[in-house]
Design a protein around this ligand. Sequence first.
Ligand code: SF4
Ligand code: SF4
Length: 135
Amino acid sequence: MTVSITRKDIKNELVDKIELLSGQNVFECYQCGNCSSGCPMVDYMDYTPNQVMRLAQTGAIEELLAAGTMWVCAACLQCSSRCPKGIDVAGVMEALRTINLRNRVGVITPDDISTEDRRELPPIVLVSAFRKLSG
Ligand code: SF4
Ligand code: SF4
């Protein structure tokens, strides 16, 4: 059984920031798991989308920010469309990425891309990857 945690139980600036950036109330999540069951990237995540929501509810944001889940998220919106509570889970992922990127934390830099890949990949792929993944 999932224990319900409400906003008044948790005072955490990072939870506030996630809610401000995403416009979502993470405490609305009741852990049904629909978001995770439809996520095409879930097998590659260290925390599933519903686990992300639960960690956010408990204020374990530092743990979330150090995880790989937000970087693996493909921003496909499947989770958001499946949530019976209308929570934009993809927006929460985006908020986590944004907090990291604003702290200049990312997972790729231009130097990580080989010369061969730089020549072959369409510029839009590189620009999109740097915008999403590079701090
Ligand atoms: S937006 Fe991200 S978390 Fe949501 S279903 Fe797509 S890949 Fe999974
Ligand atoms: S689908 Fe919505 S309510 Fe269900 S676990 Fe995911 S975020 Fe929470």
